[in-house]
Design a protein around this ligand. Structure first.
Ligand code: ATP
Ligand code: MG
Length: 222
């Protein structure tokens, strides 16, 4: 379902400087699989995730999702229904409650009616164990709880693919284990393809495969 062919990304922060962040990377990710992208700092992981996530269209090569080039999707549709993204910094809106944050991706969508929306919201609140926090503000949550809101929000539009950049990076190891279990359980329950950037060895042991990067290139192992 995801096919990346000869992907290259060059950042040009100024006229004289070029950073070859991704250098001819190719890989495929099957529907429903769990894949981790691992590699040292600066190896191009977030760059690839941003491109897959439709946040950066300045690249060379092919990035196909369901046989369609990512750049050809309607960006709003792509980011709401094809894929959900969980960022390391959560990016919850501080003035909105937990429930309102989760509803954000479909606020302007017409795919679900009101009853279906509420049903999906209640299901996700239950699934991330935050029913009793639905009307709280992000400032009243712990780090693990905020991460769970970010997961529920990413899943609200029933995306086919869930992208996560270091989802356990800011959490203690017990909370990290709970979050990774939740991600892998959701992969099974919703058949969501899971793509995780991580330094966490436990996460990439659970994944069906890993893509190893070094200096913007794929390598066999680290
Ligand atoms: N906006 C940018 N402008 C210029 N160079 C950039 C930019 N973003 C990233 N880079 C460079 O591209 C390379 C890859 O960066 P990237 O953020 O993809 O690494 P990463 O593997 O996610 O690292 P980390 O594990 O530290 O998050 C690095 O050399 C980085 O300095
Ligand atoms: Mg990164």
């Amino acid at each position: 379902m995801i096919k990346v062919r000869n992907l290259r990304k060059i950042y040009k922060p100024s006229k004289k400087v070029q950073v070859h962040a991704v250098n001819d990377v190719s890989f495929e990710i099957d529907h429903g699989s769990t894949v981790t992208i691992v590699g040292p700092s600066g190896s191009g992981k977030s760059t690839i995730l941003n491109i897959l996530g439709g946040l950066d269209s300045q690249y060379m090569g092919e990035v196909m999702v369901n046989d369609k080039e990512v750049r050809k999707y309607n960006p709003n549709y792509y980011r709401r229904h094809v894929l959900g993204t969980i960022f390391q910094q959560f990016y919850l809106i501080p003035s909105l409650t937990v429930a309102e944050n989760i509803l954000l991706p479909i606020k302007f969508g017409k795919q679900l009616n009101k009853a279906q929306t509420m049903e999906r919201l209640m299901y996700l609140l239950e699934r991330v164990d935050l029913k009793n926090r639905a009307n709280h503000l992000p400032s009243e949550l712990s780090g693990g709880q905020a991460q769970r809101v970010a997961i529920a929000r990413a899943l609200m539009g029933k995306p086919q693919i869930l992208l996560a950049d270091e989802p356990t990076g800011n959490l203690d190891s017990k909370t990290g284990r709970e979050i990774s279990k939740l991600l892998f359980d959701l992969n099974k329950e919703e058949q969501t393809t899971l793509v995780i950037v991580t330094h966490d060895k436990k996460l990439f042991k659970q994944a069906s495969e890993s893509i190893y990067l070094r200096d913007g290139k794929t390598v066999k192992s680290l």
